[in-house]
Every structure is written in structure tokens, then in C-alpha cells.
Design a protein around this ligand. Structure first.
Ligand SMILES: Nc1ncnc2c1ncn2[C@@H]1O[C@H](COP(=O)(O)OP(=O)(O)OP(=O)(O)O)[C@@H](O)[C@H]1O
Ligand SMILES: [Mg+2]
Length: 412
């Protein structure tokens, strides 16, 4: 089989629990053709932060090795890498173009200038990941998302700007570049997940994407068709596993298995007599526990998690959750009873989402834990042609250029 090098697109999702690499290309009818998937347990990362560079490099190497089984090693022309952690922050920037006193027709270079004007002042501690134009006000009253070709005297732009702590970003990307794969762009994992699961209607009426991972919850609020607020809550599914392991005196891995098989966050939905057998560890006898007794502490934890999530959403300044409600995804969203728990507590629509409606996407990837990785692949396809490789030592200035190019392409 002949390999056409430049046709591959690659997404690398470095999650705290699992690292996923998906390689794909676009078929003749616009469908996705997945040519490789690698998923491996992440080592060297916690809460979205790298705590062991060598282990993380090895994690990415293993995931790449599996994914590259069919493409062959060294045929990737760069990857889009998902990043997260508490170092993520966002703000919306509004800028007014200089009033020229005369009517102009807004062209794409004018739009580019406006987008560039939203770049925050150079801050040595953070790097800008995204500057996404969300709306333009023409002459103070005409709001539009695409002003191209319109006449106006003044143009105001509003952009959603997502930044990340420079050191956290550098550490995460190093695990990719040290495996000799260049980084075409770094993408906030919440935005990547949204790319594969949020519908057009959910963007328009407003909704909140919530990607529940191993140790982070990524949040993106959508309003009027665009991302409007991005943040990260440093809590994920491993908190439940830790509780179960501690309560039952079993290792983390056994706690994980019990959570996935028997965990539930709505005790009222669990048969009150149903028992489960917990294997004995370190000389202990096996024991039986009521499934409902496990569900109760899980419920308390998840109510607490929901409180943190709603607090994070209100920190955006929104007075109410948009009417499209919550769109939950990520491995942690699979916890039994979670949509019911959210419904009970917030009385808003909740949808458990996974990548779907994507032509050519195999069912194996239509699962909540793949939302972010599939979104990265879609991102890579959307931004193809902007791929760049750069010398590692000059990575930061290059990333700024790449990010700039990418976002400019969104409006051009
Ligand atoms: N069926 C299930 N029920 C409950 N929890 C589950 C289920 N399947 C997976 N999980 C949980 O999902 C979490 C992992 O999700 P995911 O793979 O999306 O995380 P990640 O992307 O590696 O981490 P992060 O996004 O925090 O960096 C784990 O805590 C795991 O226990
Ligand atoms: Mg994740």
C-alpha cells in the first residue's frame, strides 16, 4: 500500500487517564477514514499537569506506536495536541477599529487586523491558544458574525481568547516533540470535545459542554453560536474511584472496576437488596456489600462536583445556564445515573454526548471518552494547510504564529 504522506491528519489527546492518538484522512466523498488509533494509560500527568516528563514522553510514544501501525513510523506531518489543566484561562476582548470618518467595505485583511487587535499584551507567563472572533458590531448597532463585504464606518470586534500557563503548555507539548512529531497547534481539550459533540442548534441556543475526564472537568459555554467562556475544574472521575478504594480497602484498579461495573449516583434507582462481591486483598476475606451503600457516597461526591461546575459557570458572569442545557461527555460522563442526578438538581436539559453524525467515523470511536481526540482530528482536518513544523528551541514564538494563523483562517 502506498502511503501518501501529506494526507494524514493527527489528533493527540493527552488526558490524565488515557492518551489517545487518532490518525485519519479524508476520503473522496468527504468522509473520514481512520487509519490508526492508539490509546494507552497516561503516566507522568496529573490534573492536566505534567509531573514526570520522561514517563509522559513514553506514554505518547506508546500511543503513537499503536496508531502508526498502518501508516508506518515517521509519516506524520504534524499533530494537533489537546491540552488542559488549571493553567487554562479565558476572557472576551472587545476592540473598536479606528473610526476613519468614512464608510469602508470590510474585507478579509480588515477582519484579520481586528482579530489580531484582540491578542492580549505579551505576557511571559501565558501563551494564547485561541483568539476566536464571536461577533462584530457595525456602527454601534448592526451585530453580525460575518461582516465580510458589509459597509460600515466603525467596526467593533468581540473575541473569545483562551490562554494557558506557558510552562504547563511547554511541558505537555514536549512529550510530542520529543517523539519527533511536530505540533501544528495546541487546542484546549474542552473546545476539541465540543468540535465533535456540540450540535449547531446547541451552539445557537446556548449550552455548556462539560468534558469529565480522569482528573479534570473541562467546561466551555456556548452563546449565540460561539464559544463564550472556557474554564477547567480540577476534579474528575478518579475522585470516585479513590473513595471506593478507600471505603472498601481495595487497590485503585479494583476500585475503578467496581465503579464502572456497579457504581451509580442515584441510590433511589438501585435495587435496595442487590449485593456485590468485593474480592479480598492482602489476606482479607472477600466481602459482600449492598450496591446502594456504594451509590450513596458517590451521589454526595457528584453533587459536590456539580456545585463546583455550576460555580465555575457562574464565574463567567452568566446569570442562568443557557437553555440548551448541559452536554456532558468524557469517560466520567458514563457514570450510571449522572444525567438523572443533574436533572434532579438543576432541572435543565442534559445530554450524554459522544462523537456522532460524522461520516466515516467507526463505532469504536463513538464513545464519550473519544470526544476530545475525535474533535482534535476534526480540528486538524479543518485547519489543514496551516501545518507547520518548527525547531523545538523556538517553539514558543512559533506557537504564537501558528495560533494566529489558525484563528485568522476561521474568519478568512
Ligand atoms: N462506565 C464508566 N462509568 C463511570 N466512569 C467511567 C466509565 N468509563 C470510564 N470512566 C471514567 O472516566 C475517566 C476517564 O475519562 P477520560 O478517558 O475522558 O479521561 P482523560 O481524558 O484521560 O482525563 P482528563 O480529561 O481529566 O485529562 C476515569 O475516571 C474513568 O474511571
Ligand atoms: Mg480528557
Amino acid at each position: 500500500m502506498e502511503i501518501v504522506k501529506d494526507k494524514f491528519h493527527t489528533g493527540i489527546d493527552i488526558g490524565s487517564g488515557y492518551t489517545t492518538v487518532i490518525i485519519g484522512r479524508v476520503g473522496s466523498e468527504g468522509e473520514l477514514k481512520i487509519v490508526g488509533v492508539g490509546r494507552t494509560v497516561t503516566k507522568g500527568m496529573n490534573r492536566g499537569l505534567v509531573d514526570d516528563v520522561g514517563e509522559l514522553k513514553e506514554t505518547v510514544r506508546l500511543a503513537l506506536e499503536h496508531a502508526e501501525e498502518y501508516t508506518g513510523r515517521g509519516n506524520l506531518t504534524g499533530a494537533y495536541v489537546g491540552v488542559t489543566g488549571q493553567g487554562i484561562s479565558s476572557k472576551n476582548v472587545i476592540n473598536l477599529a479606528l473610526h476613519k470618518g468614512q464608510t469602508e467595505i470590510i474585507n478579509s485583511s480588515r477582519i484579520r487586523e481586528l482579530v489580531e487587535s484582540c491578542y492580549p499584551e505579551n505576557d511571559p507567563l501565558t501563551d494564547v491558544l485561541h483568539v476566536i472572533p464571536v461577533g462584530f458590531n457595525l456602527d454601534g448597532y448592526n451585530r453580525t458574525r460575518n461582516p465580510l463585504g458589509l459597509h460600515a464606518k466603525t467596526v467593533e470586534i468581540e473575541s473569545h481568547v483562551v490562554s494557558m500557563n506557558s510552562i504547563d503548555l511547554r511541558n505537555a507539548l514536549k512529550s510530542v516533540t520529543s517523539n519527533k512529531v511536530s505540533v501544528n497547534g495546541a487546542v484546549f481539550q474542552g473546545l476539541a470535545a465540543a468540535e465533535s459533540v456540540i450540535t449547531g442548534d446547541e451552539r445557537e441556543i446556548g449550552s455548556v459542554l462539560i468534558d469529565i475526564g480522569e482528573s479534570t472537568t473541562d467546561i466551555v459555554v456556548f452563546k449565540e453560536g460561539s464559544p463564550w467562556y472556557s474554564t477547567v475544574v480540577p476534579v474528575g472521575g478518579n475522585m470516585i474511584t479513590r473513595d471506593i478504594s478507600a471505603a472498601l480497602g481495595v487497590p485503585f484498579r479494583a476500585g475503578e472496576e467496581i465503579k464502572i461495573k456497579y457504581g451509580h449516583c442515584m441510590p433511589s434507582m438501585v435495587n435496595s437488596n442487590e449485593e456485590i462481591v468485593v474480592p479480598g486483598f492482602q489476606g482479607d476475606d472477600k466481602k459482600t456489600v449492598l450496591k446502594r451503600d456504594i451509590a450513596m457516597p458517590i451521589q454526595s461526591r457528584m453533587v459536590e462536583w456539580l456545585r463546583l461546575v455550576t460555580q465555575a459557570i457562574s464565574a463567567s458572569g452568566l446569570r442562568a445556564i443557557p437553555s440548551g442545557g448541559l452536554v456532558i461527555t468524557g469517560g466520567g460522563s458514563k457514570l450510571n445515573g449522572l444525567t438523572e442526578l443533574i436533572n434532579d438538581n438543576l432541572e435543565i436539559p442534559v445530554r450524554l454526548a459522544y462523537p456522532t453524525g460524522i461520516k466515516g467515523l467507526p463505532t469504536q470511536l463513538q464513545k464519550p471518552e473519544y470526544s476530545s481526540a475525535v474533535g482534535l482530528l476534526l480540528w486538524a482536518v479543518k485547519h489543514q494547510g496551516e501545518k507547520q513544523s518548527y525547531p523545538q528551541e523556538n517553539i514558543w514564538s512559533q506557537i504564537k504564529k501558528i495560533v494566529g494563523k489558525k484563528e485568522r483562517a476561521m474568519v478568512g
